[in-house]
Design a protein around this ligand. Structure first.
Ligand code: CP
Length: 326
């Protein structure tokens, strides 16, 4: 295994070069094979990962914990509410002290625009061990890496000319973070996909990832366009990725945000919309999905859905990144 990535933080895919992302994907592929065949791959024996959660999780928490166990190490689950962070302990003190106890710090801090990424970068400034982003306000790099791995497994490594439709969809459950669509537009424009982003006017993404996506598309010869019509986005797509996200200025005001979202209840991924995409198009979602709102059961449970292999790839990509960096 290459040593060139040892000690590196993984806070945004944009911080890593394409060649480094390729190393991560190849390592994930190899570790997936070993996992499938029951071959031991204890690459981090006796190492400790500290996992800070400021938000709930099923896939991220359990893929990280399982990955550390299978790599021969151990992951500690820490809720921000039951740690001294809830009393205001600084990211500096947290970073210095936890990095002196173990070998990596992973953080999920995704619910408040302007906070999570800043917090992680401050921890990383003071930690002498890698800091891993389990989802912030700007990016969800472990998710989008697993998504890229999944698309390559389906369509092959060369994704140039393939179209991905990343669309807002209605969800009444809660104001979901903006980091998945933002992470997708920045990463997929670097790996050849033509990206069409669709959302109602209130659901504009943050300026930084929009700027990065435009620059990446220019640099890597991909297309990046924004439309306000889910049907237009789905037309001729190879991959559809419809999911909900919140309004940047309204994360502190969920009632107002929910009222606005009700205007767009017809932004749902259904069979009619799937028929606008290519015949062999796949449906993706990072999960959890609001069934019956973001997507109908016939699509998420249907033959074009790849949500379960996509979720499984969270384990393999997470394991690869920890084995390479920690
Ligand atoms: N996709 C994802 O991050 O899932 P969890 O919120 O369950 O971790």
């Amino acid at each position: 295994m290459t040593e060139q990535l040892r000690g590196r933080d993984f806070i945004a895919t944009q911080d890593w070069g394409n060649d480094e992302i390729e190393i991560a994907l190849e390592t994930a592929r190899e570790l997936k094979e070993k996992f499938r065949h029951g071959e031991s791959h204890r690459l981090l024996p006796d190492k400790t990962l500290f996992m800070f959660f400021f938000d709930k999780s099923t896939r991220t928490r359990n893929s990280f914990e399982a990955a550390m166990t299978q790599l021969g190490g151990h992951a500690h689950f820490i809720s921000s509410e039951t740690s001294q962070i809830s009393h205001g302990e600084s990211p500096k003190d947290t970073g210095i002290i936890l990095s002196s106890y173990g070998h990596g710090i992973a953080i999920r801090h995704d619910l408040v625009p302007g906070e999570g990424n800043t917090f992680m970068r401050e921890v990383a400034k003071w930690s002498d061990k890698p800091v891993l982003n389990m989802q912030c306000d700007i990016d969800h790099p472990f998710q989008t890496l697993a998504d890229l791995m999944t698309m390559r497994e389906i369509f092959g490594n060369d994704l140039r000319g393939r179209k991905i439709a990343i669309s807002w969809a209605y969800a009444p459950s809660y104001a979901k973070p903006m980091s998945v669509p933002q992470g997708l537009i920045t990463l997929m424009t670097r790996f050849g996909l033509d990206v069409t982003l669709a959302h109602p006017p209130e659901y504009k993404l943050m300026d930084l990832p929009l700027h990065q996506a435009r620059e990446n598309a220019e640099k890597y010869g991909a297309r990046f366009e924004i439309v306000d019509d889910m049907d237009v986005a789905f037309e001729n797509a190879d991959v559809v990725y419809p999911k909900s996200w919140g309004i940047e200025s309204l994360f502190h005001n969920p009632e107002e945000a929910l009222e606005i979202s009700k205007k767009y209840q017809d932004w749902i991924c259904n069979e009619r919309r799937m028929s606008l995409a290519k015949k062999d198009a796949v449906y993706m979602h990072c999960l959890p999905a609001d069934r019956g709102h973001e997507v109908v059961d016939a699509v998420i449970d249907g033959p074009q859905s790849v949500v379960y292999p996509e979720a499984e790839n969270r384990l393999h990509t997470c394991k690869a990144m920890m084995a390479l960096t920690m």
